[in-house]
Design a protein around this ligand. Sequence first.
Ligand code: APR
Length: 243
Amino acid sequence: MWDDISDRLVESQKIVFVTGAGISQESGIPTFRGKDGLWRKYDPMKLATIDAFYEDPKLVWEWYEERRNNILNAKPNAGHVTIAELEKYRKVSVLTQNIDGLHQRAGSKNVYELHGSIVIIKCTVCDFRDKITSGFSALPPLCRCGNMLRPDVVWFGEALPQDVWESAMVEASTCDTMIIVGTSLAVSPANLLPVYAKQNGATMIEVNIEETQMSSQMDLSLREPAAKALPEILGIISSGKNG
Ligand code: APR
């Protein structure tokens, strides 16, 4: 199994990663659906929807402030760093569902944030939008125009940023290798990206500590934590070179 995949990795030219909460789990950021996942403690419909926000903006902001604080104190782990390192050997794009910015902090240049970013704050009315990494004293924070600010993340029921989604579809459809890391593939439309890659004949590799709904469609499904499996993949590519 590995021999065939190793040969394909050595031959690869363009690698596209689809990542989810699992790649940041080893940075201390909880996943959503794993055994200790966030959605086991909180009801996503009470916190991660536009209706929930307008119903109780203070509650939603308290939850996001807690997550922002945790994320801003977290560090990229070996999984994020390895993906950034791979840019030395291959064309690499990262299509991430994560809002934690850890891929960029690890040095990845080509990152598409499908679900937005928790460090970008925008106004609910005017066009104010900025990166804010400090905490807010009063919640919900208000814009200078007087209206409420919100995290620039995609809530359930909201559309993905159109330009990011279109670019992500192009990336997924034009790679020869897709590596899917730390995502349950439970949420659409992100979970369509592996379908586009497979339709384009890409080599499909999954890195996940559990089975997912697409594991059976992978050329290789590594049942290992990302921080362990990704350096193994880098080792094959860096020693085999080509590209
Ligand atoms: N290494 C690899 N995989 C891991 C690790 C790890 N160290 N830890 C957990 N996983 C796997 C879990 O087995 C699970 O399959 O990561 C996956 C995380 O899945 P989810 O918690 O569903 O997270 P994700 O797929 O990113 O969720 C997608 O749902 O709630 C929305 O917007 C939110 O972006 C999120 C989207």
